[in-house]
Design a protein around this ligand. Structure first.
Ligand SMILES: Nc1ncnc2c1ncn2[C@@H]1O[C@H](COP(=O)(O)OP(=O)(O)OP(=O)(O)O)[C@@H](O)[C@H]1O
Ligand SMILES: [Mg+2]
Length: 440
């Protein structure tokens, strides 16, 4: 199946375009797509669809829409499942255009970071090519779609900026000028676009216009927001005035594949396709800002660490930062040892706080959570806590505490534990999924 929301709502089964019915039925599908692979209760759906003022017939209308969709969707009740009083639309990783967009964009950004500009430009161009107009355009004014539409529109412009950064590095400044001029007039407050236009003009031998662009930016920012241009734009103006040679970077040739980030897992994984598919879906959610906790439980040597390793290389290739801490069974480790190691991977230390009493511990947990939130705002994170059976109890409690804050963060937490880990049931209650591994 191919579902499309980056424009008007559409669904295709191979070449066949599905008939999606009237406005309400289309809204039901859109809502389920925005929460794909998640059980939505009927009450929540009615609330979302009728904005808190449902008519008495709402439940019936919803039920009719669900039945009609099931007739049309391949797989019927398998694809659109009933779970108690809830509905869930099952989707594979690449069936929704939004998910493909975010995956390609993350891969493009990872290539950009690795300075593989040709690859970055190509991947981000592919990602942007999936857009057919305003996302879910017919639902712009619907409560249930508003936040996601705003998020996607922001992501679109940021992706265009990333693509232009790659193109500038490839020496395409002359052809970028007209595009940047039109972008700046549509998004006059985005300083990154202004800076890119200044650089493209300067490199095209149009220094005076580059400086005019800075002055125009300054006027607009002062008039609209009462602020001065930010540091980056200001530094760029100074560099242009000084004809700084650092501005003339020659186009970098496309680098070979080995410049891509992403360590390969130590040895190829055999089997574990189902587990990887689940973790991969969780990773996609996390990259999109909907954090998740997954717990993997199994006896010694069942491949928990190997699975974590494989996920880490996938996450890294999509631009995530990997933080990895493990419990130490030998005794003598300080409290929160796995967390200390994980934070070290981020070049950070744990917050200073006394955890002697309950109140102190709570403050410490909150401070850690805020640091994770701040780090994830810069780069998505994969946080692996391995060998949990050998960690202190408070380290496990901290995972549970963080888990309750995760849904708003671009963080995937993976806890790897032997079966005899104390408190596993409690941890599992906080997890999106708990996977159990048997020896292969
Ligand atoms: N799916 C797999 N495919 C290939 N090799 C595997 C797989 N799972 C495990 N292995 C191999 O088995 C060994 C044990 O795996 P691993 O260390 O990941 O287990 P573990 O569950 O982390 O064990 P422990 O709980 O003792 O830490 C490793 O050498 C690993 O390479
Ligand atoms: Mg292990």
């Amino acid at each position: 199946m191919e579902y499309r929301i980056l424009g008007p709502l559409e669904a295709f089964d191979a070449e066949r375009r599905l008939s999606l019915g009237g406005t309400k039925q289309r809204a039901v599908l859109a809502l389920l797509l925005l929460h794909r692979n998640e059980a939505l209760t009927r009450d929540v759906m009615v609330d979302e669809l009728w904005g808190g003022q449902p008519p008495p017939t709402a439940s019936k209308v919803l039920q009719n829409c669900i039945s009609a969709l099931r007739k049309e969707l391949p797989g019927g009740t398998e694809t659109l499942r009933t779970l108690g009083g809830a509905y869930e639309l099952r989707l594979g990783p690449d069936e929704l255009d939004r998910d493909r967009f975010e995956r390609l964009l993350a891969e493009g950004r990872a290539a950009l970071e690795a300075e593989d500009h040709a690859e970055a430009s190509d991947l981000i161009r592919q990602a942007l090519g999936l857009w057919r107009g305003s996302p879910l355009s017919e639902f712009t004014y619907e409560q249930f779609a508003r936040d996601e539409i705003a998020r996607l529109e922001e992501l679109f412009v940021a992706a265009v900026e990333d693509r232009i950064e790659a193109d500038l590095a490839l020496g395409r400044h002359a052809e970028l000028v007209p595009e940047l001029e039109s972008l700046v007039s549509r998004h006059p407050l985005r300083e990154r676009l202004r800076g890119q236009l200044m650089l493209a003009l300067y490199r095209s031998g149009r220094q005076a216009e580059a400086l005019d662009t800075y002055r125009a930016a300054r006027r607009t920012l002062a008039a609209e927001l009462g602020i001065e241009p930010g540091r980056a734009l200001h530094d760029l103006e100074r560099a242009i005035l000084a004809q700084d040679s650092a501005l003339d970077t020659s186009p970098t040739a496309a680098r070979g594949g080995d410049a891509r980030p992403g360590r390969l897992a130590a040895a190829p994984l055999v089997g574990r396709d189902d587990e990887l598919a689940l973790l991969d879906a969780g990773l996609q959610d996390a990259l999109a800002g909907r954090g998740r906790l997954f717990v993997v439980v199994g006896g010694p040597g069942t491949g928990k660490t190997s699975l974590g390793d494989e996920l880490a290389s996938r996450a890294k290739a999509r631009g995530a930062t990997i933080l990895w801490g493990r419990g130490w069974h030998g005794g003598g480790a300080p409290p929160f040892w796995p967390w200390i190691q994980a934070f070290r991977d981020a070049g950070a230390t744990l917050p200073e706080a006394s955890t002697d009493d309950e109140a102190g511990k709570f403050r410490f947990f909150e401070a850690v959570t805020e640091r994770v939130r701040a780090a994830a705002a810069e780069h998505p994170l994969l946080l692996v806590i391995d060998d949990l059976q050998a960690a202190d109890t408070d380290s496990r409690l901290l995972i549970e505490f963080l888990a309750s804050e995760l849904p708003e963060m671009a963080v995937l937490v993976l806890a790897l534990a032997r079966e005899d880990t104390p408190g596993l049931d409690e941890l599992a209650r906080h997890a999106t999924r708990t996977l159990r591994l048997e020896l292969l």
